[in-house]
Design a protein around this ligand. Structure first.
Ligand SMILES: Nc1ncnc2c1ncn2[C@@H]1O[C@H](COP(=O)(O)OP(=O)(O)OP(=O)(O)O)[C@@H](O)[C@H]1O
Ligand SMILES: [Mg+2]
Length: 343
């Protein structure tokens, strides 16, 4: 049995109507198109996919910063899809978001002590004295000294600002944290320290986390399970080990083949699969399987893949794949990795 889920997302859709330009054209951006997944208690779930695949849109819908077009979101079993702002307010204690850019998400006119205390104040959770001690405690948790409380965001380094962002998200001890590329705006040299901190905090505090990134090395380091997104849809969801050792979807295989492996011997064995062409526009996603226009295995799955959208279904226990070539117990042909390597 898998752990209980804290967040369940079902058939989530977010379309953006756009256009009416000079030529009077208009259309719909299919940013998220029927995404279902669960976030389990105490786990770190990685969401990976290339730029424009819909990761941020999905995250913003999940925390209800964006109104989904359709589908549902349940937090601890409660349907939160259509709650009003006012109804959502008490839930903000358990569901928090960490943003990509720690600078623009912090109010420049407040000291960082005030910024971190604000959620307590807004939720009227503690008097001034208790707030003060909770802030100091949370600063310590994220590796900041109490003296930092009196600084302003612009006086801090990028890494320190993201620590403040984390402190603000964690001061209410949420059960679910959604982190959208929380280190990609930071210097490479400080990225690792923030990732380590996030991992330690998660282990200590036990929250569940949806971690969004386009970097495979980061999800490998951090995440228990991984969901791979392509053009608004999930193509594969499995444990970290299954994704890295036995990727099924041709897109996942291609992503992994392009990733750098620390072991040079392993790296030499790999065949790099270069996906042809740019990702198609989400204004007009391909029919059938969205990946078919770039799929290295297209010859094997056509014409079905051009016409029929593959469902995300169980290939093995706890391993979901959306590909016509994969059925329960029937793995996809290898397009990369050790098996495919030719001497
Ligand atoms: N408000 C909006 N109006 C119209 N289109 C939008 C809007 N927000 C996002 N999009 C489009 O939706 C698609 C998904 O965007 P999104 O930002 O969710 O992708 P992403 O996976 O987070 O990309 P990145 O890795 O670059 O952050 C893109 O094509 C984007 O241009
Ligand atoms: Mg994004």
């Amino acid at each position: 049995m898998s752990a209980a889920s804290v967040l369940e997302v079902e058939e989530l859709v977010k379309h953006f109507p756009v256009g009416r330009g000079l030529v009077g054209s208009s259309g719909t951006v299919h940013a998220v198109d029927g995404v279902s997944f669960e976030l389990r208690e105490g786990e770190m779930l990685g969401l990976v996919g290339e730029s424009g695949s819909g990761k941020t849109t999905l995250a913003n819908c999940v925390v209800r910063l964006l109104e989904p077009t359709s589908g549902s979101i349940r937090l601890h079993g409660r349907d939160i899809t259509h709650l009003s702002r006012r109804e959502l307010r008490p839930l903000r204690r358990s569901l928090h978001m960490v943003f990509q850019d720690p600078f623009s998400s912090l109010n420049p006119r407040m000291t960082v002590g005030e910024i971190v205390a604000e959620p307590l104040r807004l939720h009227r959770l503690a008097g001034r004295k208790t707030r003060e001690s909770r802030v100091i405690e949370t600063f310590e948790r994220v590796g900041l000294g109490p003296e930092h409380r009196f600084r302003y965001p612009h006086e801090l380094s990028g890494g320190q600002r993201q620590r403040v962002g984390l402190a603000r998200s964690l001061i209410l001890e949420p059960s679910v944290l959604v982190a959208d590329e929380p280190v990609s705006a930071l210097d490479v040299s400080v990225q690792a320290s923030i990732l380590n901190l996030l991992r330690d905090l998660q282990r200590d505090m036990g929250f569940s986390c949806l971690f969004i990134t386009h970097d495979l090395a980061t999800v490998e380091f951090l995440c228990d399970r991984i969901a791979v997104m392509y053009l608004g849809q999930l193509v594969e969801v499995a444990s970290r080990d299954a994704i890295f050792r036995d990727p099924q979807h041709p897109y996942t295989q291609a992503l992994l083949s392009a990733a750098v492996v620390p072991d040079p011997a392993e790296q030499r064995k790999r065949r790099r699969v270069v996906l042809e062409g740019d990702p198609p526009s989400p204004l007009a996603p391909p029919s059938g399987c969205r990946f078919h226009t770039r799929c290295p295995l297209h010859d094997l799955s056509a014409p079905q893949s051009d016409e029929v959208e593959p469902a995300l279904r169980e290939f093995a226990p706890d391993h979901l794949v959306a590909c016509h070539l994969v059925a329960p117990g029937t793995p996809a042909p290898r397009i990369s990795g050790v098996e495919a390597s030719v001497a």
